[in-house]
Design a protein around this ligand. Structure first.
Ligand code: SAH
Length: 241
């Protein structure tokens, strides 16, 4: 089969990395697992060796789906769909989300993960190393959006030679663990607020928000967006709402 660049198809060859992904996903009896972009199934096959209850695979490429159908297992449910638009919460209440993500839609998939956070227990994703570091640093709207609901842990760096074909960049496995406390936030409003906050992020806050709003949130108006802690960002959001 010819691999398609526009679908970000880089198959994971390393059994060691597949093992590590499964280990950090802590798969247990009864788990409902969702795999994004299963491709030819290197991760899928290993997931099916565990005692999980169901595995839902979300794959966009019909050719890959034909490959996957060869894995005969009644716990495997294949969805021909776009993972960046998928409603994960239709599949269960405490799902585990795994995947070696297609890098061209990583941000959209992370955004979907946040919008579906109430039904996601944990996620283990392979992403570009640079994306992983940026999310952990929390200096982007998406990093803050994600960190409001999940703790992000850096699991390991994965070099290009572990994939077929090798991507141009280093990759990394990250683990997202859902925060225990429930955060009641209007996600659409919060996203709009964060994207505004981080647009022109070198601008000092006084030039973006009314000074009394910043004062009420106890935030130094001469700071820039990227200098704020997540707590400060949330205080400002509540003041602005
Ligand atoms: N998990 C496999 C393949 C990873 S490559 C492995 O590790 O070997 C990324 C996979 O995501 C490919 O199978 C590609 O077809 C699929 N994909 C790309 N864009 C997608 C999208 N928007 N929704 C669902 N799957 C997608």
């Amino acid at each position: 089969m010819r691999l398609k660049k526009h679908y970000g198809q880089h198959l994971l060859l390393s059994t060691g990395v597949v093992k590590k992904i499964l280990e950090v996903a802590e798969l247990e009896d009864g788990d409902i697992v969702v795999e994004i972009g299963p491709g030819t199934g290197s991760l899928t096959k290993e997931i099916l060796k565990t005692s999980i209850k169901e595995l839902h695979c979300i794959e966009i490429d019909p050719e890959m789906i034909n490959e996957l159908r060869k894995l005969e297992d009644e716990r495997l449910i294949i969805h021909h769909a776009d993972a960046s638009e998928f409603d994960y919460c239709q599949l269960g209440e405490q799902i585990k989300l795994l995947g070696n993500l297609p890098y061209n839609v990583t941000s959209l998939i992370i955004e979907r993960t946040v919008f579906c956070n109430h039904c996601i227990k944990l996620a283990v994703f392979m992403v570009q190393k640079e994306v992983a570091e940026k999310l952990i640093k929390g200096s982007s709207w998406l990093g803050c959006f994600l960190k409001t609901f999940f703790q992000i842990h850096y699991v390991m760096t994965v070099p290009p030679r572990f994939f077929l074909p090798p991507p141009k960049v280093q990759s990394a496995v990250i683990k997202l663990i859902k925060n225990q406390e429930k955060t009641q936030i209007d996600l659409k409003k919060y996203k709009t607020f964060l994207t505004t906050l981080f647009s022109f992020k070198r601008k000092i806050l006084r030039n973006k928000f009314p000074e009394d709003m910043l004062k009420k949130a106890s935030i130094d108006p001469s700071k820039r967006a990227e200098e704020l802690s997540l707590e400060e960002i949330q205080r400002l959001f509540w003041e602005s709402a």
